[in-house]
Ligand binder design. Structure first.
Ligand SMILES: [Ca+2]
Ligand SMILES: [Ca+2]
Length: 307
């Protein structure tokens, strides 16, 4: 009986532990390649070379899946981070900061929110320079929420939105060194940034949003603390390899020429081949030697005969 109770307690503990593990693993991570995009609300060719990250975690506070979908892509170059967000929405409503109603926030209607933690400090509150929560209306207007401090003119000049059919295209350039207030003087490969992206969806443009989706945070708490953000790593890999940028020249076949013997540094083996002229000299020398020997022998014989 006692044994069964221990097994039951252990199983309960393992179940609770697995639940905690699932909760912690909600944070998304991805690598960002190098490249530059033009911030004009048009999808550049280079974006086609970059992997898309789905923004599909349903916000638990809205709780609805309205059918709106979207993804984001990233690039980095120098000290700048580039973000593209593409939303497909069957009912796009124009939201802007000048609307004469209380729902004039990008998170009220059709719009997006950016959560940025330039030094990836993952704090429990927005308490450091470089931690920023801002958003964009479908008109391209930028709104900075109470969370974080940044120059809204600078962010506005580096952001753009456009509507194309049932798509809303948002492009952002984020000068990380400037947003960090100098805490990150320059960006290098391997640097990690805390990031999340949220899509907000409205049906009317005047009523509060009907649905929202995040890339990483599935608890709708990223607005409150960077610890709920995902993490991106800026890697030293070009989105478009140099080989694709430079067209390979056509290789022409080399003209046929007389084949020269292969050059080599090693000394060639010495093979002595007697030449015709040399053989003649050798033959004359041999004949001379034979004649000399014959003369000496004849001289000796005459000398002997004499005595
Ligand atoms: Ca563009
Ligand atoms: Ca909508």
């Amino acid at each position: 009986m006692q044994k069964n109770r221990i097994i039951f307690i252990v199983l309960c503990f393992l179940f609770i532990l697995s639940t905690v593990t699932i909760s912690v693993s909600a944070e998304e991570k991805t690598d960002i390649k190098k490249g530059v995009a033009v911030i004009d609300g048009v999808i550049d060719e280079i974006w086609d070379k970059v992997e898309a990250n789905p923004i599909n975690k349903i916000n638990p506070n809205t709780g609805e899946d309205s059918g709106t979908t979207g993804y984001w892509k990233g690039l980095w170059s120098g000290n700048d981070l580039y973000i593209l967000i593409v939303v497909t929405d069957a009912n796009i409503v124009t939201m802007n900061a000048n609307q004469d109603d209380e729902n004039r926030l990008p998170n009220a209607g059709d719009g997006v929110e950016i959560y940025l933690d330039v030094l990836n400090e993952k704090g429990d509150a927005y308490e450091n320079v470089g931690e920023l929560h801002y958003g964009m209306f479908t008109t391209g207007q930028v709104h900075i929420f109470d969370n974080g401090v940044a120059d809204i003119d600078m962010l506005s000049q580096n952001s753009k939105a456009s509507v194309n059919g049932n798509q809303i295209i948002y492009e952002f350039k984020m000068p990380l060194d400037i947003i960090s207030g100098g805490r990150l003087p320059s960006v290098s490969a391997g640097h990690k940034v805390g990031l999340d992206v949220q899509i907000c969806d409205s049906d009317t443009g005047t009523d509060w949003r009907i649905a929202a989706y995040n890339w990483s945070d599935d608890e709708d708490l990223a607005w409150k603390a960077p610890s709920y953000f995902g993490t991106i790593t800026l890697i030293d890999v070009e989105a478009v390899p140099a080989a694709e940028e430079v067209e390979e020249p056509e290789v022409q076949p080399a003209p046929q020429e007389e084949q020269a013997p292969p050059a080599t540094d090693a000394p060639a083996a010495t093979v002595i081949v007697p030449q015709t002229g040399d053989a003649g000299i050798y033959l004359l020398l041999i004949l001379a030697a034979v004649a000399a020997c014959g003369a000496v022998a004849l001289g000796k014989k005459r000398k002997a005969d004499k005595y």
